[in-house]
Design a protein around this ligand. Structure first.
Ligand code: NAP
Ligand code: F7E
Length: 330
């Protein structure tokens, strides 16, 4: 019997890392995760959800720790999901964002090149690229050949990682793929991101625990999908005989206002404006006004398509937060 395939995931404590690790465990992989910090607060959660996963201490800014994690795990596939991923924060800590989200990708690719030595196609690599790279969009909808025009330090860092991934593929023949993923959400989304901020607030307002929701730009439009669907696309990319880049999105766009309205509708509140207050603090130095992805290539080559609709996504997030608050977990 062939040995189980193995995978190393950076960013395993994040939203996507958890879903991807669950998917790979279910597929029979021997899963390894990189975990950073001397006392990571997510360690308990990872151990509880993923008891069979092997964790390795390491940080994307520390190349020797990456080489060690590769040596210890000896993976067939590497998924590089680790990043400083909150766009608003990337203006406050632009240099840190560059070190982790940009140079961290180079550190991982270079570590992999050293690890694989004379058989560079041996390990398949996935880079978590982002629709934020499209920024001031030059095509509607955005596809794999749309000109990149990032509008945040995060977006700039992701462009570096994206092109470095393509460069390692072209220079060394590495099986390195880049998924240009549009926004994807879930009950595991960090509370700093707009969808979870709204789902938690609406749940709390519904339960009488909070009476207002303070927001920034309600006019921004995003192509929002469900994270569980998107990690399948990551895996599918690494199963292809030839590495390539793919846009992953739903092909629909909705404003932040629509998200808020749909979330309140889930708890039977139509006059939602009375709960929502604007605060300049949440407005960004430069905004990405509208994103909408054309995932035709992923559909045709990978056979991938999203399963969860916008309304289902909003409802499942609000409902999960209602249940979590009711259970007194938070
Ligand atoms: P997330 O929940 O913010 O998770 C980020 C992960 O990166 C966490 O596990 C975090 O670990 C880890 N990390 C941060 N700094 C690190 C460092 N110096 N070294 C190693 N790991 C580090 O993000 P996500 O939503 O799961 O997204 C996964 C990836 O996809 C990210 O690269 C993100 O930029 C990208 N992406 C996300 C979306 C989206 O809509 N979710 C769309 C496109 C692309 P700690 O727990 O230790 O902080
Ligand atoms: O903002 C607006 C905000 O922080 C969405 C990351 O996963 O997706 C994510 O980046 C929109 C923006 O996500 C608030 O101005 C209004 O227009 O949820 P967000 P993001 O910036 O789109 C991409 C694809 C990634 O790759 C990133 O890693 O919502 N907005 N009011 C607000 N946003 C937040 N966070 N908070 C507000 O109060």
């Amino acid at each position: 019997m062939a040995p189980a395939p193995s995978a190393l995931i950076t960013g395993i404590t994040g939203q996507d890392g958890l879903y991807l690790a669950e998917l790979l465990v279910a597929k029979g992989y021997d899963v390894h995760g990189l975990i950073r910090g001397q006392n990571n607060p997510k360690l308990g959660l990872v151990r509880e959800l993923l008891p069979t996963v092997t964790l390795h201490n390491g940080d994307l800014t520390d190349m020797s720790s990456l080489i060690r994690a590769l040596r210890e795990s000896d993976p067939d596939e590497v998924y590089n999901l680790g990043a400083v991923s909150f766009v608003a924060y990337s203006w406050e800590q632009a240099a840190l964002t560059t070190d982790v989200t940009a140079k961290g990708v180079l550190n991982m690719l270079e570590s992999l090149r050293l690890h694989c030595r004379d058989d560079l196609g041996r390990v398949r690599f996935y880079q978590a690229s982002s629709s934020e790279m499209f920024g001031k969009v030059q095509d509607v909808p955005q596809h794999e050949r749309t000109l990149l025009w990032p509008r945040s330090p995060y977006g700039v860092a992701k462009v570096f990682g994206h092109h470095m991934t393509i460069n390692y593929r072209e220079s060394y023949g590495m099986h390195a793929s880049s998924g240009i993923l549009f926004n994807h959400e879930s009950p595991r989304r960090g509370p700093e991101f707009v969808t979870r901020k709204v789902s938690q607030a609406v749940a709390r307002i519904h339960l009488g625990l909070q009476d207002e929701l303070v927001m920034g730009n309600l006019d921004a439009e995003r192509d929002w999908g469900f994270a569980g669907d998107y990690v399948e696309a990551m895996w599918l990319m690494l199963q292809q005989p030839v590495a390539d880049d793919y846009v992953i999105g739903t092909g629909e766009t909705h404003s932040v206002r629509e998200f808020v309205e749909t979330a309140f509708a889930h708890v039977g509140i139509d006059d939602w404006e009375r709960f929502v207050r604007f605060d300049e603090r949440f407005v960004r130095p430069a905004e990405v006004d509208q994103l909408i992805g054309d995932a035709a290539k992923a559909r045709d080559v990978l056979g991938w398509k999203p399963r969860v609709s916008f309304t289902e996504l909003v409802s499942l997030m609000v409902q999960a937060d209602i249940e979590a608050f009711r259970a007194g977990w938070k």
